[in-house]
Design a protein around this ligand. Structure first.
Ligand code: PEP
Ligand code: MN
Length: 296
């Protein structure tokens, strides 16, 4: 049995150790994690319009899950006023249930493109089939959704396109498999690929998916593609979007893609995870503060 006096002595030694390391100036933040792990090691990619992502250029991509109509104009204008330069919005939606809102299709793409132009923003929208490529002429960035991550014929076709591709991780795709998927695009000639962690399927039911934040750090060690995090689909819950965004940034995310809706209750898809404009404004404040800290 250890006597109390021994415990006190151990505590004293412990305190002495802390004090001496402080005295010697060893408690130096720069010599810790940020020195051994460069969170911004990806190469930068030009997304168009002079907008870069990667290599220290952080981007917040935001917009509704689905383009639902004219609402996209006001929302785009609000997001632009918050400093967002890339507008997201689905038009061809991969819904689990065929009875759910499937998106506005071509009309949705046109509205998104117009709202983007009106606010000097780039646009990104999910493409589900290579047969639709012609419809995406006015969209700047092509998004491959989780469900199509391993759709090799789609990936090969997008490899021939001259638009950047944001490739989301499949819900049951390993990090290595995701990297192989990216190579389908690059080998076909398109090296403007951005990877996206959007959560994976696990036994956990508290969140829509399990946000595999470690994959972001891991991918940075394996490749130089910019990595984006999608805390909206990863969690499925609006109140978890902010903390998971900050965690992703700590692991070196080069950007986030976030769902925002002017009235989440009324959203035609993914209403539980959409941020209100107010919530988004607060998130932007935190993102800026953490970005400044990480790049100081
Ligand atoms: C989306 O971004 O709207 C979407 C459907 O995401 P995911 O492919 O990650 O489910
Ligand atoms: Mn969605």
């Amino acid at each position: 049995m250890i006597a109390m006096s021994e415990i006190n002595q151990m505590n004293n030694n412990q305190n002495l150790r802390y004090e001496s390391s402080l005295d010697e100036g060893k408690c130096n933040r720069k010599s810790s994690i940020l020195e051994s792990f460069n969170p911004y090691s990806s190469r930068s990619i030009d997304l168009g319009n002079g907008q870069l992502i990667g290599g220290g250029n952080f981007q917040t991509i935001a917009g509704p899950c689905s383009v639902e109509g004219e609402h996209i104009f006001e929302l785009a204008s609000f997001l632009s006023s918050c400093g967002v330069t890339i507008l997201r919005g689905g038009a061809f939606k991969p819904r689990t249930c065929p009875d759910s809102f499937q998106g506005l299709g071509k009309t949705g793409l046109d509205l998104l493109a117009q709202a983007g132009k009106a606010n000097n923003m780039l646009t990104i929208s999910e493409i589900m089939s290579e047969r639709d490529l012609d419809l995406y002429q006015d969209i700047d960035i092509l998004q491959v959704g989780a469900r199509n991550c391993q759709n090799y014929s789609l990936l090969k076709e997008l490899g021939k396109s001259n638009k950047p591709v944001l490739l989301k991780r499949g819900m049951a795709t390993t990090v290595d498999e995701l990297l192989s998927c990216a190579r389908y695009i690059t080998q076909a000639g398109n090296d403007r690929v951005i990877l996206c962690e959007r959560g994976i399927r696990t036994f956990e039911t508290k969140t829509r998916n399990t946000f595999d934040v470690s994959s972001i750090a891991s991918l940075h060690n394996e490749c130089d593609f910019p990595i984006v995090a999608d805390p909206s689909h990863a969690t499925g819950l609006s109140n978890l979007v902010a903390p998971c965004t900050l965690a992703a940034m700590g692991c070196g995310a080069d950007g986030i893609i976030v769902e925002v809706h002017e009235n989440p209750e009324q959203a035609l898809s993914d209403k539980d995870q959409a941020l209100t404009p107010d919530e988004f404004q607060k998130l932007m404040h935190d993102v800026d503060a953490l970005h400044n800290f990480l790049t100081r």
